[in-house]
Design a protein around this ligand. Structure first.
Ligand code: WT7
Length: 639
C-alpha cells in the first residue's frame, strides 16, 4: 500500500432491502429504542454497557464500569464478581427455563441427543466435580480437543464453572498444532474423544492427542479424559488416560460455582491465523458475558420459542460465543450438528432446519456459496419456513451470495445479519439489527456502544466512499484482555500501529449513509498502478457472473503496473470453461469496477485452499503463483 494507506473503491452496489412492517412490529428492540440506544451510547457509552450488565446476575456489583487507567489494558467491571456459568445455567434452574431445551445435538449418522437446562446443569456439575477431583483449580488450564459433541459444551462450561480456563483446539487440527497450543497454555488436562464421524468416515482423534503429548513441553498434562463417540480402538495410557463415563459416574449432580472476579480469564483461544503464528487470545468472565449476551439478544431478536443454530464448530470463537455462551445466557435452545454439511447429500442443513424447526440460522459465506452452487432445488425439498432470522460471519459475503441466501433460504423476508467481528473482539461489533435497512455486501454499522472508523495510516478518517484501515476507537466489553504470556505483543499487534486505536487488520470503506463495507485483509490489498484495491471487490465482481461459484484474487508482480490481479475461479455446477469465459470474466470485472483493475489471468480450480475454519487462504495461492514459501500450513484444511 502507499503512504496514506487509502484504498480505491470501485464497486457500487445499490440494492437496498427494507425490513417488513411485521418484522418491525415484532422486534424486541424497535426502531425508536434503537435510536435511543445509539443516542445513549454516543453520549455515555459506559452507561449503555452498564445497563446491559444489569440484565445479568452478579455476586458483587462492580466498582467501576471501565478502568482505563493503563491503556491498552482496559479492565471491564473491575470489583465486580460473577461467573458466566451462573448466568448461562445456574440461574435458569430457578425459572421457567428449567425444563426447556438448552441443547439439541445431531450426530452425522443421524443419532440425536437433547438436554433440558436442568439436565445440562446436572451434566456440567458432574464434570465440574470430576475436574475438581482431578486437582484442577481456579486459574488452571484445561485443553478441549473435541469433535462437536454435547460433551464439548459440557467440558467448556464445567471448566469455567470451577474457575479454570478452557483452551479449545479445533478437533480437526494436527498433533503439531495441538501440542503447540498445549505447550503455550501449559494445560493440566486434555479432554478429547476416541474419534468422530466426518463425511461418512470415522476419524481417529485420540491417536492425535497421544502424538501431541510426545512433545517434551507437553508434560504439563497429567490427565487425558476420553469421551466414547465412534467406537474407535484406542490405547489408554495407564495413570494418565481415563474414560469420561468412568470419571463422572460417581460425581454428584450439584457442585459449587466458583466466584470469579469480572476480570479473571474465562478462556484462551488461539487465532485461526490466516496470516501467521497462532496467538493466545484471552477473554474474561465479566465483559465477555455482557458483550455476547447483549449482541445475541439484539441482533438475533431472541424469543422464547427460538431454536438457534450457529453452524460453527465450538472450537472457534464463533462457536464459543454463539453456539455455547450467548444462547445459554439468553435462555434459548442451541443446536449443534457434528458432521459435514453436505453429508450424505447437499440437503443436510435443510433437513435439520425442517426436522427441529430451526428459527435462526447463523453461518458463513463459504457455506452459503457452497450451498448456492448446488442450487435451490435442495432447500425446496424441505419445509424451512420456521426460519425467521439469518446471519453470516467470517468473510465478506458477496452481494450475489447475499441475495441468494436472502431469497432462497429467507423467502425474501428474514432479516439477514452480516456480522463483522474477530476472535479478539469476542462479540459482534458491526452488524445490522432486525429493523435495519440492509444493503447486500455491507456489514451495516457499528452496534450501539461500539465505535469504529475507517482511517489512513496516520489515523485520520478518510472521506466517505474512500477505503482505509478499519479501526475501533473505543474499548468494548467483549474485548480481549491481552495475549497469553505476551502483553507486549498485545499492545504492539493491536494498539501501536496507529496510536490510540485498535487496528483490526482489515480494510474497509464507509459510504454516504455511514454503512461499512469490508474490502478484505490489509495485508492482501493489491496495488495496481498506484491504486490500492481490496480483494473482496474484485471477487464480488467476478461472482456476478452466473458461471462463477466462488473466486479468490491475489496480486502478482507486473513490470508496468507494479501489480496486477490474478483470479482463481470455481465454476458453478454444470458450467464449462473456455476462452470465451475468460474473456467474459475480464469484461465483467471491467464493467463492474472500471478500467483500473487489470485482471491479468484467470485459473479455473476445483476448490480454493481454505483454513480449517473455512476462510480462503490467498497467501497459499499467491505463494504457489510466485514459487515462494507459503508460510505456516498447519491451518490449511485438507478436505
Ligand atoms: C476476521 C476475523 C469472529 C468471526 C469468525 C472469524 C473476517 C469476519 C466478517 C464479515 C467480512 C469478516 C475479517 C476479520 N470477517 N466477519 N462479516 N465480513 N469479513 O474470526 O478467525 O478471528 O477472523 O474475519 O477479516 O478480521 P477470526
Amino acid at each position: 500500500m502507499d503512504d496514506t494507506g487509502a484504498l480505491d473503491v470501485l464497486l457500487n452496489e445499490v440494492r437496498v432491502f427494507r425490513p417488513l412492517p411485521q418484522t418491525i412490529i415484532e422486534a424486541n428492540v424497535n426502531p425508536q429504542e434503537v435510536t435511543g440506544a445509539y443516542r445513549l451510547a454516543q453520549e455515555d457509552p459506559l452507561a449503555y454497557w452498564e445497563e446491559a450488565a444489569l440484565e445479568l446476575e452478579w455476586f458483587r456489583k462492580w466498582d467501576r464500569v471501565l478502568d482505563s487507567d493503563n491503556p491498552p489494558f482496559y479492565r471491564w467491571f473491575p470489583g465486580g464478581q460473577c461467573n458466566i456459568v451462573h448466568n448461562a445455567l445456574d440461574r435458569h434452574i430457578r425459572t421457567v427455563n428449567r425444563n426447556k431445551l438448552a441443547l439439541i445435538w445431531e450426530g452425522e449418522p443421524g443419532d440425536s441427543r437433547k438436554f433440558t437446562y436442568f439436565e445440562l446443569y446436572r451434566a456440567v456439575n458432574r464434570f465440574a466435580g470430576a475436574l475438581r477431583s482431578l486437582g484442577v483449580r481456579k486459574g488452571d488450564r484445561v485443553a478441549v480437543f473435541m469433535p462437536l459433541l454435547p460433551e464439548t459444551l459440557i467440558a467448556m462450561l464445567a471448566t469455567a464453572k470451577i474457575g479454570a480456563v478452557h483452551v479449545c483446539v479445533f478437533g480437526g487440527f494436527s498433533a503439531k498444532a495441538l501440542s503447540e497450543r498445549i505447550c503455550d497454555s501449559q494445560a493440566r488436562v486434555v479432554v478429547t474423544a476416541d474419534g468422530f464421524y466426518r463425511n461418512g468416515k470415522v476419524i481417529n482423534q485420540k491417536a492425535i492427542v497421544d502424538e501431541a503429548l510426545n512433545s517434551a513441553c507437553a508434560d504439563c498434562v497429567d490427565t487425558v479424559v476420553v469421551v466414547h463417540r465412534a467406537g474407535v480402538d484406542v490405547d489408554m495410557v495407564s495413570a494418565r488416560d481415563i474414560w469420561y463415563e468412568d470419571l463422572v459416574r460417581s460425581e454428584a449432580p450439584e457442585t459449587r460455582t466458583e466466584v470469579m472476579e469480572a476480570t479473571d480469564p474465562l478462556f484462551l483461544l488461539h487465532t485461526s491465523g490466516t496470516s501467521g503464528r497462532a496467538k493466545g487470545i484471552v477473554h474474561t468472565h465479566g465483559g465477555y458475558m455482557v458483550g455476547v449476551a447483549r449482541t445475541m439478544n439484539w441482533i438475533f431478536d431472541i424469543k422464547p420459542t427460538d431454536i438457534f443454530w450457529c453452524t460453527a464448530d465450538a472450537g472457534w470463537i464463533t462457536g464459543h460465543s454463539y453456539v455455547v455462551y450467548a444462547p445459554l445466557l439468553c435462555g434459548t435452545t442451541t443446536l449443534m450438528y457434528e458432521g459435514h454439511p453436505l453429508y450424505p447429500q447437499a440437503d443436510r442443513l435443510w433437513s435439520i432446519v425442517a426436522r427441529y424447526g430451526v428459527t435462526a440460522l447463523y453461518t458463513t459465506p463459504t457455506l452459503i456459496r457452497m450451498l448456492m452452487r448446488y442450487g435451490s432445488q435442495f432447500p425446496r425439498q424441505h419445509d424451512i419456513s420456521s426460519l425467521r432470522m439469518l446471519g453470516s460471519v467470517g468473510e465478506p459475503l458477496n452481494p450475489e451470495a447475499w441475495v441468494w441466501f436472502h431469497r432462497h433460504i429467507g423467502r425474501g423476508e428474514c432479516p439477514l445479519m452480516d456480522t463483522w467481528w474477530q476472535t479478539e473482539t469476542g462479540m459482534c461489533m458491526l452488524s445490522p439489527l432486525p429493523v435495519s435497512v440492509l444493503k447486500p455486501g455491507s456489514v451495516n454499522k457499528p452496534l450501539p456502544g461500539v465505535e469504529a472508523e475507517v482511517v489512513d495510516r496516520q489515523g485520520q478518517p478518510v472521506p466517505p466512499g474512500k477505503g482505509g484501515f478499519l479501526v475501533l476507537t473505543k474499548p468494548w466489553p467483549g474485548m480481549l484482555q491481552t495475549l497469553w504470556n505476551d502483553p507486549k505483543g498485545y499492545a504492539q499487534a493491536y494498539w501501536e500501529k496507529i496510536p490510540g486505536v485498535y487496528v483490526t487488520g482489515d480494510v474497509a470503506r464507509k459510504d454516504e449513509d455511514g454503512y461499512f463495507w469490508i474490502q478484505g485483509r490489509a495485508d492482501e490489498v493489491i496495488n495496481i498502478a498506484g491504486h490500492n484495491i481490496g480483494t473482496a471487490e474484485i471477487e464480488s465482481a467476478l461472482c456476478v457472473h452466473k458461471a462463477v461459484a466462488e473466486a479468490a484474487v491475489v496480486g502478482v508482480p507486473d513490470k508496468i503496473k507494479g501489480e496486477v490481479a490474478k483470479a482463481f475461479v470455481v465454476l458453478s455446477e454444470g458450467r464449462e470453461l473456455g476462452e470465451d469465459l475468460v474473456r467474459e470474466l475480464k469484461a465483467m470485472v471491467r464493467r463492474e469496477l472500471g478500467p483500473v483493475v487489470v485482471l491479468k489471468s484467470v485459473a479455473f480450480v476445483e476448490s480454493l485452499p481454505r483454513t480449517k475454519a473455512g476462510k480462503i487462504l490467498r497467501r497459499v495461492l499467491r505463494a504457489q503463483e510466485l514459487g515462494v514459501d507459503p508460510g505456516d500450513l498447519s491451518v490449511l484444511d485438507e478436505e
